[in-house]
Design a protein around this ligand. Sequence first.
Ligand code: AMP
Length: 356
Amino acid sequence: MKALSLGMTIGILGGGQLARMLSFAAARLGFRTIIFAPEKDCAASKVVGNHIIAAYTDQLALDHFSRHSDVITYESENVPIESLHYLASQAFIAPHPKALEIAQDRFFEKKFLNEHNLATAPWWGVEDQRTLIAALTACGGDGLLKTRRFGYDGKGQVRVTGQNRNIARRALDRIDHVPAILEGIVDFSKEISMIAARGYMGDIVFFDIPENFHKYGILQRSVVPANLSSKTVRVVQEITRTILQALHYVGVIAVEFFVDSKECVYVNEFAPRVHNSGHWTEAACVVSQFEQHIRAIAGWPLGSPLRHSDCVMQNLIGNDIMEIPRLLEESGTFVHHYGKEELRSGRKMGHVIYLS
Ligand code: AMP
């Protein structure tokens, strides 16, 4: 891949707040952006030069998109993998579609992690009532049933306790009997994530590690730095390095972990993209996760991931966004509004970063 020149165009599949923040970073480095997103009024549409509004499966629109993009990346994990493969036959895509193909399916993701000797929660594939009962028996009658695909922010997940036929049927009813996995419960004391970037030459940078706090499966807050021993930090970096190298990855990745009271770490999942738990880098680091991703996929040198301040990133969810005028009056706050027109409860509308 030849490095992009100033003024060239980065194509982004997906038009949410991540695409919006990637577009800001790209513009600041002198690139143009074009997004491909089915929704007309998406968060990124207001800040990009060009927006193709079409279904992800529309081949003519995909052709048009690839003709106008010098490199293509994705922010949405729900882009059909077939569309990505189609684009890959005519354009350069980073990260490689293989990363998304694995991350889109919890079964493939866990299998990939375990094949690389990376510890996860114990897990079993579930296709029907019989396989669910067998899995529940194997994990001692307490587990999390998770749909293989399209689960995010805690959606598509059911806690199952017990192991009889009725319990299994009711749990499967709640996920519409789609293919799933059952995970054993990890008794974690912390949830953390690693945001890292890898360039075309295999160079890797790691950001500091946030501790993440969720409510109803949705990230509420990231506190940086997480209180971890330097040994655990190194373990987390090496796990992330293994994933990046195995995928010949280019761009920013987010790997989420559980840490137990003995500081044993288990990979929960990874996202082949910039991530909500990395938003703090925007205000607390010289080079943010967004700029790092743009640099990586453009073939430019990666920047310093150094953090100059401790900080807390708080998501502004639903009505929280009304707090912005008050937050602006506090010193040391960095406010980010995603420009979404429709305010819905549970919807991520913006975030605030408190620097200290
Ligand atoms: P996920 O969508 O897999 O990231 O899960 C959403 C949230 O559910 C996580 O952030 C955890 O708080 C919780 N969770 C997921 N899997 C497990 C597990 N195996 N054991 C305990 N808690 C879990």
